[in-house]
Ligand binder design. Structure first.
Ligand code: NCD
Length: 307
């Protein structure tokens, strides 16, 4: 039963529970009209303490397309946070007005703490460099639409694997499936955190390689998941400047990929995918962004217990 639950980390739900969400998302894609009044009378609150385009807009669009309403802030200084209010007090107040809430916060673990003070469902929309489970829903729905299922595939992850929370959540999710393999492409300084390597990948016995070049591995990938170097999480600008353009995917490099290797990116993109790749049918990142809305519609319906 997903009704009334919160989604803070990919390990909060079982495979079967995620299956329910994806099945509903596929149904919504094929008949969105059917769901256009499902959330009438319900309110979704969005609490964004960090910048966002896709995550916040797709949650808001999802609720509006379900016939519900939205409240929230996208700039914490416009809320009582600026006066020094704690997360606990803010979320308890929001619960007086909304039925479900979405929170993005720069501090790792903040949504987990907030969730302890409320009974309405809370969704983690990204906590610092830690996790971003609804981006994973977006990624998995896209993978299913393109290849049918997530099993028995080679996934390349490229860029900032240290601070990239979407990478951590997607690896955590995929590690529960059979036949997956990871190729982790990054500069040495930006490798996946130890807890992901030891507690997730190795513990689940997933074959993986950590490499520093893209081209030699392109030909074996089913998906290449590109990421932005997370400027806001660096302690000094010099390191950021040194590392930011290490991996740039362009049409020349696309020649090394198979005809059915799809390119994903959670977006926003900075320089890591050259815009000339956008016209290649294997570039699927804007489709991915659209899927984010459908899968968030399914998640809202499930957590509110409507479907
Ligand atoms: C990602 C995030 O916020 O972690 N964006 C998103 O939600 N689609 C990726 C990023 O900011 O690089």
């Amino acid at each position: 039963m997903l009704a009334g639950r919160s989604l803070i980390d990919p390990s909060d739900f079982t495979r079967e529970e995620f299956r329910e969400i994806f099945d509903l998302a596929h149904q919504i894609i094929s008949n969105p009209e059917k769901y256009s009044k499902s959330c009438e009378g319900k309110i979704l609150a969005t609490l964004f303490y960090e910048p966002s385009t896709r995550t916040r807009f797709s949650f808001e669009a999802a609720m509006l397309r379900l016939g519900g309403k939205i409240i929230g802030f996208s700039e914490p200084n416009s809320s009582s946070t600026a006066k020094g209010e704690s997360i606990a007090d803010t979320i308890r107040t929001i619960e007086c007005y909304a039925d479900i809430a979405v929170m993005r916060h720069p501090k790792e673990g903040a949504p987990r703490v907030a969730d302890q003070y409320i009974t309405m469902p809370l969704i983690n929309a990204g906590d610092g460099g830690h996790q971003h489970p609804t981006q994973t829903l977006t990624d998995i729905l896209t993978i299913e639409c393109l290849k049918g299922n997530v099993e028995n595939k080679v996934y390349g992850f490229c860029g900032d694997l240290k601070f990239g929370r979407t990478v951590h959540s997607l690896i955590k999710f995929l590690s529960n499936y059979e036949g997956v393999k990871f190729v982790l492409i990054s500069p040495e300084e930006l490798r996946v955190p130890e807890y992901i390597r030891e507690e997730v990948i190795k513990k689940k016995g997933i074959p993986f390689e950590e490499v520093e070049k893209m081209e030699p591995y392109m030909g074996e990938l089913d998906f290449l998941y590109m990421t932005r170097v997370q400027k806001e999480r660096f302690f000094n600008e010099e390191d950021y400047i040194r590392l930011k353009d290490r991996f740039i995917l362009d049409i020349d490099k696309m020649k090394y990929a198979k005809q059915d290797t799809y390119i994903l990116h959670p977006l926003p993109r900075v320089n890591e995918i050259s815009t000339d790749v956008d016209a290649d049918p294997r570039a699927q990142y804007f489709v991915q962004a659209k899927n984010g809305m459908f899968v968030r519609m399914a998640l809202i319906l499930k957590l509110l217990g409507i479907y």
